[in-house]
Design a protein. Structure first.
Length: 329
């Protein structure tokens, strides 16, 4: 394998898929070397034993269905869209393991059909909603959004989704409902990562009601025009493009209207690192990663300047007028 030195790379190559794939090999090679040095430790915890050396999915992913009724396409960035391969092979979905390749490898075993989402709490139309009914409640749109992870990498993803506001309106929330809380499926038999205690399962997230109702906030059900692969949170997951990626809770089974700021998984895990709001902010660094810049994948280098609210400030900043963003990170 030929590995170019960073200095030999022209900017035009940075978006080249081949090169990205080679870089992944390179990263895996790096991980391998690391593993060799720390061999004793890895063998002791036994985690790598289940990793198939080829990196191939342990279970073939279910076929994806194309959507035929996408009403409009909204592109919110001039940055190049990441490839399907990139978006579906470099993921965070701790229910399937904490390595970026684990979700692609292990999420295929998750059964996503039938799927219902329980909607409850302070609303007039609670119930168990079938996924197809949820989709019918809001028009499908393609939304090309920037995605910014708190680990200081970013991607551009062409989601297919429905405005969260359309579902919220159908559920008819009561005035007491000031926040909305969501939960991921908790099914240990199909989610090997639940055996670890990295987080207090099930994964839960929340938004203030105005954030949930904001026109940029969607429940995504697909990408690149087809149903989601499990590693991206099939069959339905949240996308809030001005917030750090972990707010985008995957494989949602319950949405609840509540009257208090919910305790979310990452805030519970480490409240000095993760805040409820988690708006992308290059000036606030509670976490160990420097948020001022980001690696726009597949770039290897954190050369892209991070923008406040991930570049969506003109549309969302007014929701936080008067809020101290350093205190409420
Ligand atoms: N249930 C659940 N949702 C989750 C996560 C997770 O581990 N479990 N990871 C979050 C994080 S940290 C990020 S960056 C995004 C990644 O979404 P993607 O893999 O579709 O790019 O999912 C978020 N949603
Ligand atoms: Mo993330």
């Amino acid at each position: 394998m030929l590995i170019k030195k960073p200095a030999d790379m022209r900017p035009s190559e940075i978006t080249d898929e081949q090169l990205y794939l080679r870089r992944r090999d390179f990263m895996q090679l790096g991980a391998g070397l690391l593993g060799a040095t720390a061999g004793g430790v890895l063998a002791a915890c036994g985690r790598d034993a289940v990793v198939d050396a080829s990196g191939a999915p342990s279970v073939a992913p279910p076929p994806q269905t194309p959507f035929t009724d996408i009403k409009k396409r909204v592109v919110t960035t001039n940055d190049p869209v990441n490839t399907f391969e990139q978006i579906t092979s470099y993921n965070n979905f701790y229910e399937f393991g904490t390595n970026k390749g684990d979700p692609a490898r292990y999420a295929g075993q998750l059964k996503t059909s039938p799927w219902t989402v329980k909607i409850d709490g302070y609303c007039n139309k609670p119930g168990d909603y079938h996924i197809d009914d949820l989709i019918r409640m809001g028009d499908l749109e393609e939304r090309v959004y920037r995605h910014r992870c708190v680990e200081a990498w970013s991607m551009v993803i062409p989601w297919v989704g429905i405005p969260f506001a359309s579902i919220i309106k159908r559920a008819d929330p009561q005035p007491k409902a000031t926040f909305v809380q969501m939960w991921t499926l908790n099914r240990p038999s199909e989610m090997p990562g639940l055996r670890s205690d990295v987080l207090d399962w099930p994964y839960t997230e929340g938004l203030r009601m105005d954030e949930a109702m904001h026109p940029l906030t969607i429940l995504a059900v697909g990408l690149y025009g087809k149903t989601l692969l499990n590693q991206n949170g099939a069959p339905i997951r949240l996308v809030v493009p001005w917030k750090y990626g972990f707010k985008g809770i995957k494989s949602i089974v319950r949405i609840s209207f509540v009257d208090k700021m919910p305790k979310t998984s990452w805030v519970e895990e480490n409240p000095s690192w993760y805040g409820f709001y988690s708006n992308v902010n290059p000036n606030v660094n509670p976490v160990r990663w420097d948020q001022s810049h980001e690696k726009a994948l597949p770039s290897f280098f954190a050369t892209r300047k991070t923008e406040i609210f991930n570049g969506y400030g003109d549309q969302v900043a007014s929701m936080y007028a008067g809020l101290d963003l350093k205190k409420w990170f």
